[in-house]
Design a protein around this ligand. Structure first.
Ligand SMILES: C[S@@+](CC[C@H](N)C(=O)[O-])C[C@H]1O[C@@H](n2cnc3c(N)ncnc32)[C@H](O)[C@@H]1O
Length: 351
């Protein structure tokens, strides 16, 4: 789906081709599966960050109207109800909404939580509600912006959030760092001989794919650099397109095979001294997002204290606006002289 066919601020999908409609339907079918939600709920770093953020900001939730954008099985709505919200509306387009309603009843919260099935861009809120005090949502995708769900949250903010209202999480940061991959050449050589067949022609295509993988903390060789921030209470609802320069310090001598992307989000509430954050850094506890890995064609042989300078860009894919493409340029000045490289990456995965 091209970025031009989605007017993100109105939330309208315009002139979708059959293919694009199928992609949207596959997206919500994935979220209709219990297994998908079980994986999310079992991601304790994720789920507990939301729980703690809501519990620690109880005073902000008491007596308030809360909108949960993409409520899934209703966990964030239930947290908000438990924290004293007077009304919670959980909006969910996937068929899992029916289970969410049941779960709300099973937990005796049906007088507070109302699950509405439909697209946030199309639903009316129940009981004539025109304004909400707080929006909560777990919208983040791989490399933060995959899945494009941020636009649905910002759409809801622009339509229903009262002036001065709260969006949780309210800050999202995307980071880049350099890492080594001890299995890189093994993985690359795999294509040379697959059960006796030469599949090496796919190597070029594979090398342009951004890969979601778990990067061990000890394989990160550089400092990290903040390449993009979204402040959810004020960011304009426009397509995510940016380029950022970055500068990394090499912390340990070694070989950098890839640049890695990860994000964190912060729940900045009222009076809590230490706001809750949820980080997907390799140095933080594991999450289902893991890290997004951009493999370099030419590994960098680096020594501690060297600096790597580069540029990173991110743009919606022209084939599917829920996917993002990346560009990466790197210049390093090391013992083996100066090396520059530039590369595009695409991400075909939807989740
Ligand atoms: C990552 S899941 C989070 C589910 C739940 N809030 C949780 O934390 O476990 C995102 C949910 O948002 C729903 N969703 C995405 N875009 C939506 C939209 N535009 N309107 C309604 N629901 C949407 C998806 O179907 C999915 O269930």
């Amino acid at each position: 789906m091209s970025g031009d066919q989605v007017d993100v601020s109105s939330g309208k999908l315009q002139n979708l081709t059959l293919n694009e409609e199928v992609e949207e339907s596959v997206f919500f079918q994935t979220y209709s599966r219990l297994e998908t939600h079980m994986d999310l709920l079992k991601d304790t770093a994720r789920t507990m960050a939301y729980r703690d953020a809501i519990e620690q900001n109880r005073q902000l939730f008491e007596g308030k109207v809360v909108l949960d954008v993409g409520c899934g099985m209703g966990i964030l709505s239930l947290f908000a109800a438990k924290a004293g919200a007077s009304k919670v509306i959980g909006v969910e387009n996937a068929d899992i909404a029916a289970l969410a309603s049941q779960i709300v009843k099973d937990n005796g919260k049906e007088n507070v939580v109302n699950v509405v099935q439909g697209l946030i861009e199309e639903v009316e809120l129940p009981d004539g509600i025109q304004q909400v005090d707080i929006i909560v949502s777990e919208w983040m995708g791989n490399a933060l912006y995959m899945e494009g769900m941020l636009h649905s949250v910002l759409f809801a903010r622009d339509k229903w959030l009262r002036p001065g209202g709260l969006v949780l999480p309210n800050v999202a940061n995307l980071w880049i760092a350099g890492a080594c991959d001890p299995h890189r050449s093994l993985n690359n050589d795999f294509w040379n001989n697959v059960e006796g067949f030469d599949m090496s022609s796919v190597k070029i295509q594979v090398s342009h794919e951004a890969v979601v993988d778990c990067v061990a903390s000890q394989n990160v060789l550089t400092s990290d650099y903040l390449v993009h921030t979204t402040r959810l209470e004020s960011a304009p609802n426009t397509p995510i397109k940016f380029r950022s320069m970055f500068e990394l310090e090499v912390l340990r001598t070694g070989i950098i095979h890839s640049m890695i992307l990860y994000f964190d989000v912060a729940f900045l509430g009222g009076q809590t001294e230490t706001p809750v954050t949820l980080s997907t850094s390799p140095h933080a506890p594991w999450t289902h997002w893991e890290q997004t890995v951009l493999h370099l064609d030419n590994p960098l042989y680096v020594q501690a204290k060297e600096r790597i300078i580069g540029g990173f860009g991110m743009f919606p894919s022209s084939e599917n606006s829920r996917c993002m493409n990346f560009e990466l340029g790197i210049r390093s000045k090391g013992a083996k002289g100066q090396a520059s490289q530039f590369k595009y990456f695409n991400s075909s995965q939807k989740l």
